[in-house]
Design a protein around this ligand. Structure first.
Ligand SMILES: Cc1cc2nc3c(=O)[nH]c(=O)nc-3n(C[C@H](O)[C@H](O)[C@H](O)COP(=O)(O)OP(=O)(O)OC[C@H]3O[C@@H](n4cnc5c(N)ncnc54)[C@H](O)[C@@H]3O)c2cc1C
Length: 352
C-alpha cells in the first residue's frame, strides 16, 4: 500500500518546522520534505531579534508581529521541554538608536535610566535612543529544538529531498514530485523560503535578499546585555558570550558568499558603537537569503489550487513570525477560520 499523509510541508526552515508541529498538534499526519538539511538556510543565518515594533515593519504586519512576540515565551518553553534543547530566549530588552524618527512606543516599554547605566560598554552616542522590551532567541538552537520536537511528535522528515513539482489530480493538490519519487497527500504547503517561487506550476514572486553578518567573542562574556539596534549595524548578545553583528540587505540573487570588505565594515561599525569589541575575536562570518516579496509582506494562505497553500516571504521577521504563522496556517489548512484575518497576505494579490 502506498503511504499517504494529510499534509506535505515543503521546506524545513523555521516556518516549515513550526507549521509541521502545529499541524501534528491538531492530529494531522505530516511529511516534511527538505532539499538539504532542516534549518540550514535563512533560519541558520538569522540574528534572532524578535523586533515587535520595527521602524521598517509594514503597518499591515503589525498585528501579527505583536501577537507572535506575545506567543514567544510559551512557544519557546514548549520546544525546550519537548526537545531538551536550550534556545537562549533572552528578555533583557533592546536599545534602539535612531538619528531620525523614533516610533512612539508604549510608556511601559521605555526605561528612563541613563544609557551609560543600562549598557556601560556603549560609546557615548550622540543620537537619541529608546529602550524597548524586546526579546531575542538563538535561531540555530530554535531550529534544532523544533526539528527534535517534530520528530518526537511523529512528523515524518525526508532530508536531502527536493520538491520538483506539485502533483495535481482533478485540479486539486494531490502530492509532490521529487527527482526519485512521488509523495501523496490531501494538502501541500509551500514553505520553501526564498526558493518558494521555483516549484512549478505556481510561481510566487519571492526573491532572495542577501544578508551578511559575523559573530565575535571577547574575554568579557557579559560585555553586552541588550540587543543594540543602530542605523549602521545591530549587535545581538548570546548568553554564551558570543555577539552577533549584522547585517547587510543586498539584492544579489542566490549568491551566499561573504566578502571581506563588507564583514570588516560591519565589524568596524560595531567597534565604533562598543569600543571594547576591538579586542574581541571573530568567530564566524556568513550570509543567508531572506525570502523577500514585492510589497515586503509575507505570502500566507490558500492558493487558487484547492489543497495547495503557501507560507513564505517573511523577509526580515521570519523568526519572530514563526509562532503566529504556524497557528494561522495550521488553522487555514485544517479548515478552521484563522484567528486573524490573513486575506491581506493572500497569494491572490499577485495574480493578474
Ligand atoms: C542575515 C539575516 C538576519 C536575519 N535576522 C533576523 C532576525 O533577527 N529576526 C527575524 O525574525 N528574522 C531574521 N531574519 C529572517 C529570517 O531568517 C527568515 O525570515 C526566516 O528564517 C525564513 O524562514 P523560512 O523557513 O521561510 O526560510 P528558510 O529558513 O530559508 O527555509 C526554507 C527551506 O526550504 C528548503 N527548500 C527550498 N526549496 C526546496 C525544495 N524545492 N524542496 C524542498 N526544500 C526546499 C530550503 O533548503 C530551506 O531549508 C534574518 C535573515 C538573515 C539572512
Amino acid at each position: 500500500m502506498v503511504k499517504t499523509w494529510d499534509v506535505i510541508v515543503i521546506g524545513g526552515g523555521i516556518i516549515g518546522l513550526s507549521i509541521s508541529l502545529a499541524l501534528r498538534k491538531l492530529g494531522t499526519t505530516v511529511l516534511l520534505l527538505e532539499r538539504g538539511e532542516p534549518g540550514r538556510e535563512a533560519t541558520h543565518a538569522a540574528a534572532g531579534m524578535l523586533v515587535e515594533c520595527g521602524t521598517e515593519t509594514p503597518a499591515a504586519l503589525q498585528p501579527l508581529a505583536s501577537a507572535s512576540a506575545r506567543m514567544y515565551p510559551e512557544f519557546a518553553h514548549e520546544l525546550q521541554d519537548e526537545s531538551g534543547v536550550l534556545i537562549d530566549l533572552r528578555d533583557q530588552g533592546a536599545i534602539l538608536f535612531s538619528a531620525g524618527y523614533l516610533p512612539a512606543y508604549s510608556r511601559e516599554a521605555q526605561d528612563a535610566r541613563p544609557l551609560g547605566e543600562l549598557e556601560p560598554a556603549l560609546d557615548d552616542a550622540e543620537i537619541p535612543a529608546v529602550f524597548l522590551q524586546e526579546r531575542s532567541v538563538d535561531p540555530r538552537a530554535l531550529a534544532w529544538a523544533a526539528l527534535r520536537a517534530a520528530k518526537h511528535r511523529g512528523v515524518d522528515i525526508a532530508s536531502g529531498t527536493e520538491a520538483t513539482e506539485l502533483v495535481l489530480s482533478n485540479g486539486r493538490a494531490a502530492g509532490v514530485s521529487t527527482e526519485k519519487s512521488t509523495y501523496a497527500a490531501a494538502a501541500v504547503v509551500n514553505c520553501a523560503g526564498a526558493w518558494a517561487g521555483n516549484i512549478p506550476p505556481h510561481r510566487f514572486p519571492t526573491r532572495p535578499v542577501k544578508g551578511q553578518m559575523l559573530s565575535v567573542i571577547g574575554a568579557d562574556r557579559d560585555l553586552l546585555r541588550h540587543v543594540i539596534r543602530a542605523p549602521e549595524v545591530y549587535l545581538v548578545p548570546r548568553s554564551d558570550g558570543r555577539i552577533l553583528i549584522g547585517a547587510t540587505v543586498e539584492e544579489a540573487g542566490y549568491d551566499k558568499r561573504t566578502d571581506v570588505a563588507t564583514i570588516q565594515r560591519l565589524h568596524q561599525a560595531a567597534i565604533r558603537m562598543v569600543p571594547a569589541l576591538a579586542q574581541a575575536r571573530i568567530l564566524e562570518a556568513w550570509a543567508g537569503l531572506r525570502p523577500g516579496t514585492p510589497d515586503a509582506l509575507p505570502i500566507l494562505g490558500a492558493t487558487a489550487t484547492p489543497g495547495y497553500f503557501v507560507a513564505t516571504g517573511h523577509f526580515r521577521d521570519g523568526i519572530l513570525l514563526a509562532p503566529i504563522t504556524a497557528q494561522l496556517m495550521s488553522q487555514a489548512i485544517t479548515g478552521v477560520q484563522p484567528d486573524y484575518d490573513i486575506s491581506v497576505f493572500s497569494p491572490a494579490r499577485f495574480s493578474t
